[in-house]
Write a protein that binds this ligand. Structure first.
Ligand code: FAD
Length: 411
């Protein structure tokens, strides 16, 4: 199958790991609109400076070898009859014998007024840079003589969405801001709001982890608003609605973690989809009615998972990529394609710069040990053994101490 052309569109968890598994076995081309892979589960640690961009967002040219061709560009459309993919940076479309769709999701602002315009998404390196910059700028405007209540008002941040992402972000932001208050001799404390529509935080997680997370949020003075909807986002405010009452709260920034929708490319493609625009695939990862088109990750709903549908996570995309790559080999080799039962592999939540909660054999472990265990687990999930080795050595010898929010201009 060495001369069979496989085009993989999207170089995230699903696409990159599929391409790495297939490299050398077929003529593989990876297409991505960025020139780097982003290990999103450690984006909070990038925000706090515990890890650096090269650790979690290595350039493809550093992790791919000659067995995989890389094309940087946005896949604009697919002609399934002609078996071609049109990429923004190429005049000629790319031909394929098998196609892998792995373009992932994008932030879902649910059409809330002003959200897309004024709320910050938190999905990529540039989003974390923007948020860190906003935090530093706001701190620079607060003088040590300012009264505690005024300092708190000037340093109010809202995080929308009380899932794991919102909790991880709110706790990291709070630790960074509290540290900056101490270093700069400011009075009082910052104000980090966590706004959740349902009646509980981390709704998808077990009770034990939730209890630990709730305790940590209380200890860190995170202002949790449950059963609260965001009805509008303004340049410097968030409007919430609780029990029919609307409240406008001034903020430095409102960060949006409350939802994912499929990538716009998928909306354009004429493929079988469910009501959320997720591509319907067989348990073999083949798109229904398309033998040579495969889909995985945040854009796919796999038949084997329908009841219950596992949420789109990196750990799911990772499991799917191994099956998908094996099935592409089977497809070209004329062998039977396999299926697999995917599982939730575990629960791990970062809770600030010195804490985390990890579920191990049914027990919740918290504190620094859990933080370190989470780091170790994620090192093992980074792409390629060479990159894992470099990053592991960097964390071991140079440490993973957070970088304080310095006044702007001082690095
Ligand atoms: C902040 C954050 C924290 C997370 N933490 C965790 C966690 O702790 N554990 C966990 O299991 N999951 C976590 N997730 C979820 C996880 O990151 C996703 O489920 C996973 O990345 C999905 O993999 P994917 O391959 O479908 O998409 P992605 O990893 O998003 O990759 C999609 C790729 O496609 C590229 N692309 C998009 N459109 C195009 C196009 N038209 N042409 C070419 N390329 C394109 C993108 O640039 C990207 O590289 C987190 C997500 C976020 C945002």
């Amino acid at each position: 199958m060495a001369n069979k052309k496989v085009v993989v569109v999207g170089g995230g968890f699903g696409g990159l790991f599929t391409a790495l598994d297939l490299g050398g076995e077929a003529d593989v081309t990876l297409v991505s609109d960025n020139d780097y892979f982003c290990f999103r589960p450690l984006l909070y640690e990038y925000l706090s400076g515990e890890v650096e961009a090269w650790h979690i967002a290595p350039y493809y040219k550093e992790i791919l070898d000659e067995r995989i061709s890389f094309v940087r560009g946005e896949a604009e459309t697919v002609d399934f009859a002609a078996q071609t993919v049109k990429v923004s940076t190429r005049k000629e479309a790319l031909n394929y014998d098998a196609l892998v769709l792995a373009v992932g999701g994008t932030t879902n602002f649910w059409n809330v007024a002003g959200a897309e315009e004024f709320a910050l998404p938190f999905r990529d390196i540039s989003d974390a840079d923007e948020l860190r910059n906003r935090m530093s700028k706001a701190l620079d405007l607060v003088s040590p003589t300012l009264a505690p209540q005024d300092a708190r008002k000037s340093l109010t941040f809202a995080v929308v969405g009380g899932g794991a992402s919102g909790v991880e972000l709110a706790t990291k932001m709070s630790d960074l801001l509290v540290d900056a208050f101490e270093r700069r001799g400011l009075k009082g404390e910052p104000h980090v709001l966590l706004i959740e529509m349902s009646d509980r935080i981390v709704p998808g997680m077990g009770e034990d982890v939730r209890a630990y997370v709730e305790k940590t949020l209380r200890e860190k003075h995170i202002d949790v608003h449950l059963e609260t909807k965001v009805s509008a986002v303004k340049p410097n405010a968030v409007v919430t609605e609780h029990n029919g009452k609307q409240t406008e709260i001034e903020t430095v920034a409102t960060v949006w973690t409350a939802g994912v929708r499929v990538n716009f490319l998928i909306e354009k493609l004429d493929l079988p989809k469910d009501e959320h625009d997720l591509i319907l695939t067989e348990a073999t990862m083949q798109v229904k009615n398309f033998d040579n088109v495969f889909a995985l990750g945040d854009i796919a709903k796999v038949e084997a998972d329908v009841d219950p549908k596992l949420p789109g996570t990196a750990q799911l995309a990772f499991q799917e990529s191994a099956l998908l790559a094996a099935n592409i080999k089977a497809f070209f080799g004329g062998n039977e394609l396999k299926t697999k039962h995917f599982e939730q592999l575990g629960e791990a939540v970062s809770l600030g710069t010195n804490n985390a909660a990890v579920l191990v054999a049914g027990n919740v472990i918290g504190g620094v040990i859990a933080r370190d265990a989470r780091f170790a687990l994620y090192t093992s999930r980074l792409p390629t053994w060479q990159h894992r080795l470099k990053v592991g050595a960097s964390w071991f010898f140079e440490g993973t101490t957070p970088k304080p929010l310095q006044p702007l201009g001082i690095s």
